[in-house]
Design a protein. Structure first.
Length: 118
């Protein structure tokens, strides 16, 4: 028998299995990283919407009553829905507020609470 040079069929199959498993693992890592980046970007934009609402509450849009307010805003090219709820606190001059930010699918992605002085 002559010694043939090259790989046997089993060796090629094992090499292809190892290669395909590593490609799948890399693809899964890239997919999960992209998904995480998208969620973090939405959460960061939603926090900016909430911070802008707090600035407006403290300046031009002060709550005159404890009625809930809601609206929508485009931030970073994305549509967000915000809701504000007010409750009285320890004294009648101080209101507790909660700002909830939702995405276009009406899924809550950020919430912030605080106090405002009347």
């Amino acid at each position: 028998m002559k010694h043939s040079k090259g790989f046997s069929l089993i060796e090629v199959i094992v090499a292809l299995v190892i290669f395909s498993m590593s490609v799948m693992a890399i693809f899964q890592f890239i997919t999960s990283t992209s998904s995480s980046i998208f969620m973090l970007e939405n959460r960061m934009l939603a926090s900016e919407v909430a911070n802008n609402r707090i600035a407006l509450i403290n300046t031009i849009e002060q709550p005159l009553s404890k009625e809930a307010r809601k609206g929508e805003i485009i931030m970073g090219g994305k549509l967000f829905y915000w809701e504000e709820e007010y409750r009285t606190s320890v004294t009648p001059e101080i209101y507790e507020f909660t700002i909830t930010i939702k995405n276009s699918k009406n899924k809550q992605i950020y919430s912030l609470s605080g106090y405002v002085y009347e």
